[in-house]
Write a new protein. Structure first.
Length: 163
């Protein structure tokens, strides 16, 4: 069981890091476009909110007493929210900087907006995958450690045979 706890902790740290990266890159763009109409920035505001919620729940999931495996529905909902943010950002890019996952020829010299957006899209996808894996791990853990309704549930190790 310690292996599942360790894997869950690694996933939470990755979720926290990816959410912070997306929040930072996206926040930089929102700051630069602060005088634009909020309806034109709706997808970026959505991605920023999802990143903030993701950071909050990743920090809460890092607490050792939080029982992080029973919160798999929250993990799944945040994963879906990240996939929606990923889709919105990919739709906004829409070929202006080339293919979304074409990373050739990108320069990171401070003025590379295409590189910034491709990094935001990539990290939002990675965050969605981490939240989905965390939800699947939670479903597996809850399935293995809960009793069925109306009956007792006891698991014997595979090596103990009933005679």
């Amino acid at each position: 069981m310690i292996l599942a706890d360790l894997f869950s902790m690694i996933l939470r740290l990755a979720e926290l890091a990816f959410g912070a990266i997306v929040a930072g890159l996206n926040g930089d763009y929102l700051h630069a476009a602060q005088h634009a109409d909020s309806w034109q920035l709706h997808r970026f505001i959505y991605a920023e909110v999802v990143a903030g919620v993701s950071i909050f729940f990743a920090v809460v999931g890092l607490f050792p007493f939080s029982g992080c495996f029973i919160h798999w529905p929250v993990d799944f909902i945040i994963s879906v929210a990240w996939f929606v943010a990923f889709g919105l950002l990919v739709d906004w890019l829409s070929g202006n900087c080339g293919y979304v996952f074409d990373w050739d020829g990108l320069a990171f010299d401070g003025s590379a907006s295409c590189a910034q957006w491709k990094a935001t899209i990539g990290f939002s996808f990675l965050s969605a995958i981490c939240w989905l894996v965390s939800a699947m791990l939670g479903i597996y853990w809850v399935h293995r450690h809960t009793a069925p309704v109306g009956g007792s549930y006891s698991r014997r190790p595979w090596y103990r045979l009933r005679i």
